[in-house]
Design a protein around this ligand. Sequence first.
Ligand SMILES: Nc1nc2c(ncn2[C@@H]2O[C@H](COP(=O)(O)OP(=O)(O)OP(=O)(O)O)[C@@H](O)[C@H]2O)c(=O)[nH]1
Ligand SMILES: [Mg+2]
Length: 304
Amino acid sequence: MTTSLIIPAFNEEEAIGLVIEEYYPFVDEIIVVDDGSKDKTYEIASHYQDAKVHVFQHTQNQGKVGALLTGVRKSTGEIIVFTDADCTYPARYIPVFLSELNRGADLVLGVRNIEAHNIPLFNRIGNAVFSTMATYISGKYISDGQTGYRAFRKEMMDELLVSAKSLEFETKMTVRAAKLGYVISEVPIEYRERVGTSKLHPIRDGYRMFRALLSIAWHETSPLAKMISVPGLFLLLAGIGFGLISVQERLLNYYLIHEYYPLISVFLMLFGIQLTSIGLIIDYLSKKMDRIEERIRQSFIKKE
Ligand SMILES: Nc1nc2c(ncn2[C@@H]2O[C@H](COP(=O)(O)OP(=O)(O)OP(=O)(O)O)[C@@H](O)[C@H]2O)c(=O)[nH]1
Ligand SMILES: [Mg+2]
């Protein structure tokens, strides 16, 4: 089976050459997708073009997911490996990934356990939140759902139908694979300090992370649970609103202009909390049912 490595690269002139050289002996094809870089990334990568290394360019920046998908489309291998263009993920794990795939894994994740202090604090917090969410949604323990170093068979990507444009891509891919019953294998890997400057902007990326989490929660929550929880959350917010108005009136005027507001506030908050909790319980049970169904389906497939 042939292996294609996909490297999305955005302004990585300092690292891209080192990454191509390091991975060269381990794979059959290297696809570099330059994501509209403003520096010399494209020129440097092009320098390595040969029968094995292919370099593609987005004229405009499309983000990491866009670059990964272009890479998958252009690749010819049966096995796809994703890595980053910043020298953080060592190439020496590729043989381990491939042997995991041969042993029956469908998706191999490089779990950043070794030298994990090299992961920026902001990313570490994000990873913890995403991985907890992935574990809750999929029912399988996922320790690093956001890792960018992963290997899988190309056809799995088509079956997963991951709809994501931003940070949620990696976690959604992991969650969907777990939910559809694919075997996930975790390989502990070293995470090195990045070469070149970090592109993290706490505010911009914090906002993106928040949106990504909302997107995953929205897509993975059962429809009935949403129908109950969403109105519940609105009632809770309205209750808090009435409560805050009462507190403000009490502090500014020493008496309440709207004397029924505290009562309305408590009523709305209690009702809101109840509805939200019922929604969450329904969601939990429906996820459990999905898993039982999946297990029954799997046991039928094995018997056949
Ligand atoms: N940030 C960013 N990365 C992109 C983009 N397009 C492709 N990439 C590549 O995606 C990979 C991951 O991006 P990184 O900037 O390393 O993101 P990170 O690992 O979360 O954070 P740092 O390494 O601290 O910057 C790198 O290989 C980038 O070159 C893009 O639009 N933005
Ligand atoms: Mg990085």
